[in-house]
Write a protein of this length. Structure first.
Length: 471
């Protein structure tokens, strides 16, 4: 029995409520990216359909959860999500929920993390495949790679899965997780992400990246920070047909007097396979690695007014100087800063710096719902850019979130009389919000507004309460 109801006057069990606000209207660019049918199919394939005839069905819970993470991030409580559901049911004639948030929270726990991840990755892939050629770098799909951390509530379950830093006393810190992410330079969408504990064996960003290398396709070019500049990883990328551009690791030295000279501060060098097999690598994989790699090293200088000139050495597999000049490679590595901005948007605007769920399973659900919401907003931004002849990275993310939230209820409940006019208005507002280009801008990292003058916690609440009783 299908869940999708074609009658828009009664859409209680329809995934259209999720997809329509993100431009599912036929005829618009990227309209086929993550349709209602695709969302339903992803949950069906992962046994994630539940409550077809209940108040808290899969589409309603997913819709409310997405709105929850978009509405001022995780600060929006579950009570706000239940209020959204009540408004939705009132407009569509469905059963009204009670004021208790327990049923909604239990329904959220039924959402399939595999389905959420599948939808997030699928949205990024479709956006990348349909990206305008002018958004690409020299015709190549550039993928930006970086790592970050986030925290979560201090519960025993979270502490076991993601232990806090060893330097913190028990009860005085938060469980912390490390993540490695791959994002698209063209669209800003997150292609995939791996999560693990902050400390321990095989928990570094390099180990996490190896888990998601499958999202990089033949012909892509990966742009990485110096932390990832290792022979095994670069050889792995080349074995997959993936080019790379990365800053030279600080433990490696460059001598531009050696190698084949291509120009000033531009030469070809030969790297040799490590004599010792890395502990994480099997003997079979070690023997499959090439004994040498021919790479290109480029040195250039970054001069910012008011700051000391910085010298960077970049290593790349794009070795043909006739096809990719030294200036082209410097430009490509300069785009790496975009991944820092994208992660900052996810952590600050969508509040991914600190999640709110109290178990590891729910933390992963909250994480992937947040990333799915992020990619859906990126879909909306890409559509506005395509319609109005702009680049997706020129348009602001926060206003796009606010634009969706301001009209989501109208679209979801069918309360909008002219969907086409509403969509065009949304696109025009987003396209008009061009992000300011302020190269070389320097701001001090200080705040003007004083917060509450409470000291930081250096011991558990239990110990602090004992001290209060003593005094």
């Amino acid at each position: 029995m299908t869940i999708i109801d074609t009658n828009r006057t009664h859409r209680k069990n329809s995934f259209d409520a999720v997809a329509d606000p993100f431009l599912g209207q036929p005829g618009l660019p990227f309209a086929e990216v993550l349709t209602a049918e695709a969302i339903e199919q992803a949950f069906a394939e992962n046994d994630g359909l539940f409550g077809q005839d209940d108040l808290f069905s899969t589409p309603i819970v997913l819709w409310a959860f997405l709105a929850q993470v978009l509405r001022d991030g995780k600060g929006a409580a579950c009570a706000a999500a239940v209020a959204d559901i009540a408004t939705y049911m009132q407009q569509t004639g469905g059963p009204m929920p009670s004021g208790d948030t327990g049923d909604y929270c239990r329904a959220r726990a039924k959402l399939s993390p595999r389905a959420l991840r599948s939808l997030t990755v699928e949205a990024a892939e479709h956006l990348e495949d349909a990206a305008d050629p002018s958004w690409l770098w020299h015709g190549l799909h550039a993928k930006l790679i970086d790592g970050f951390t986030f925290t979560m509530p201090d519960t025993p379950e979270n502490q076991r899965a993601f232990p806090q830093q060893k330097s913190q006393k028990p009860g005085a810190g938060f469980p912390i997780a490390r993540a490695a992410a791959v994002l698209s330079l063209a669209t800003g969408a997150i292609c995939d992400l791996a999560v693990g504990p902050y400390q321990g064996k095989q928990t570094g960003e390099g180990a996490l990246l190896r888990e998601i290398l499958g999202c990089l396709k033949d012909g892509d070019v990966a742009v990485l920070d110096r932390y990832f500049c290792s022979f095994p990883l670069l050889a792995n990328l080349l074995g997959r047909g993936v080019h790379f551009c990365t800053r030279l690791h600080h433990r490696r030295s460059a001598d531009f007097r050696r190698g084949k000279r291509l120009g000033k501060d531009d030469h070809l060098v030969t790297w040799t396979r490590p004599r010792q097999r890395p502990p994480w690598m099997s003997e079979e994989l070690y023997q499959q690695m090439p004994e040498t790699l021919t790479l290109r090293e480029i040195r250039f200088h970054v001069a910012v007014p008011g700051r000391r000139t910085e010298t960077l050495i970049v290593v790349t597999s794009l070795i043909d100087p006739m096809t990719w000049s030294k200036e082209d490679i410097a430009e490509l590595y300069g785009f790496r800063w975009n991944v820092e901005l994208d992660i900052r948007v996810i952590k600050q605007t969508l509040r991914l710096d600190h999640l709110r769920c109290k178990t590891p399973a729910m933390v992963r659900r909250e994480l992937w719902v947040t990333l799915l919401a992020y990619n859906l907003i990126r879909k909306l931004i890409a559509t506005a850019a395509a319609v109005h002849g702009k680049q997706p990275r020129q348009l602001g993310f926060t206003l796009a979130c606010q634009t969706v939230l301001s009209s989501w209820m109208l679209v979801a409940t069918g309360g909008c009389r002219d969907h086409g006019a509403l969509y065009q208005s949304m696109l025009a507002r987003i396209a008009a919000n061009v992000v300011a280009d302020r190269p070389g801008r320097i701001e001090p990292r200080v705040i003007k507004r004083r917060r509450d003058h409470y000291p930081l916690m250096h011991s558990s609440r239990k110990e602090l309460r004992k001290k209060l009783h003593v005094t």
